[in-house]
Design a protein around this ligand. Structure first.
Ligand code: SER
Length: 341
């Protein structure tokens, strides 16, 4: 029997990573190898073939990984998010750009060794957008992939650049070398995620965190001060849909893909509407507003919603969790159960 191929997940111990491990394990196609700065907790280890604790900037470690495993798919999730990145922009650049470059280089050398394109799945973000004024944000409404691309955070700049880097590796890497036309290159695929909300974990270091934070605080009967204005609006997505998007992208036939990075949408709401949803489920929730001007400005620069018609057309993307289902069938019951014990 042939050995199952390996999928590598970087940042495996993060919010998306943990859910993705479970989904890939259920799917059964791959043996899962993980890499994260912190060791993977006991609960997820049995689902993996091998787990590594280490830094994506450690090229020796990446070489070792590539030498030991025939990696056919890379989910490169490791990143420093937008708030954390503004506190240390150079570190964000190192991790988000140099780290991604190292992973792309590794995937390309595996591509040559295996003589078929390694799939490189990359979560980009609504942070890749940057809209100068609220008037323009209103005008854009549901933004298209090619609009409003002047990100104001280091994280956003890094994500947008990493999308370009991925496109470059896929189409043009070492274009001047002999036989460049014939050389096999990696297969880069990316989605721009909205703010993600998981029932299992509370995010850290992001700027869309006010949504999940107020929800998790309410379930624990803790007061919460929201750092953006009530009218601040961005798109959000429930974690199961984020995983669905990554798996959908993995399975999409290459010839159908027309963009290096796709919008994926689910629902969009203001912070005030978020509070209303939370209070409907947890009537005693104590939520106030204490605006942090800098973080609020970041959220204001992100689109109010995304146009995901390209993903719908090219790889049949559609979210399972609209706003009602996300809150009523996933978030509220799961978060309630989580804090009940
Ligand atoms: N959720 C991320 C952040 O807030 C955006 O990708 O940084």
């Amino acid at each position: 029997m042939q050995k199952r191929p390996v999928a590598l997940i970087t940042g495996a111990n993060g919010e998306i990573g943990r859910s993705l491990i479970e989904a890939l394990h259920r799917d059964g196609r791959y043996r899962i190898v993980t890499l994260d700065l912190s060791p993977l907790p006991e609960k997820w280890r049995p689902l993996c073939f091998e787990t590594y604790a280490g830094n994506i900037l450690d090229r020796y470690l990446l070489d070792q990984l590539a030498a030991h495993h025939e990696i056919e798919a890379v989910f490169h999730l490791a990143a420093l998010l937008s708030t954390r990145g503004e506190r240390d922009p150079e570190l964000a650049h190192q991790i988000n750009v140099e780290g991604t470059l190292h992973l792309l280089r590794m995937a390309q050398s595996l591509t040559l060794r295996l003589d078929r394109p390694v799939k490189f799945i990359f979560p980009s973000s609504i942070a890749a957008y940057g809209i100068p004024t609220l008037a323009q944000k209103k005008e854009f409404g549901r933004i298209r992939e090619d609009q409003g691309l002047e990100p104001i955070t280091m994280y956003g700049v890094n994500k947008l650049y990493a999308e370009h880097l991925g496109r470059y590796f896929m189409r043009h890497y070492r274009m001047l070398s002999a036989n460049s036309e014939k050389s096999v290159r990696l297969d880069f695929r990316s989605v721009r995620f909205p703010g993600l909300i998981s029932a299992e974990t509370v995010p850290s270091g992001g700027t869309s965190d006010y949504g999940p934070e107020m929800l998790h605080a309410a379930a624990q009967n803790k007061p919460y001060a929201c750092f953006v204005a009530p009218e601040a609006q961005i798109p959000f997505m429930a974690m199961p849909d984020a995983i669905k998007a990554l798996m959908g992208l993995l399975d999409a036939p290459r010839e159908k893909l027309t963009l290096p990075a796709y919008n994926v949408g689910a629902f969009s709401l203001t912070a005030a509407e978020f509070v209303t949803r939370v209070k409907k489920a947890f009537p005693n929730a104590q939520i106030t507003f204490a605006i942090d001007q800098a973080r609020a400005r970041i959220v204001d620069s992100w689109p109010a919603d995304v146009d995901d018609s390209a993903a719908r057309r090219d790889w049949k993307w559609s979210a399972d969790y609209g706003i009602d289902r996300a809150f009523d069938e996933y978030l509220v019951p799961a978060i309630r159960a989580r804090y009940r014990d």
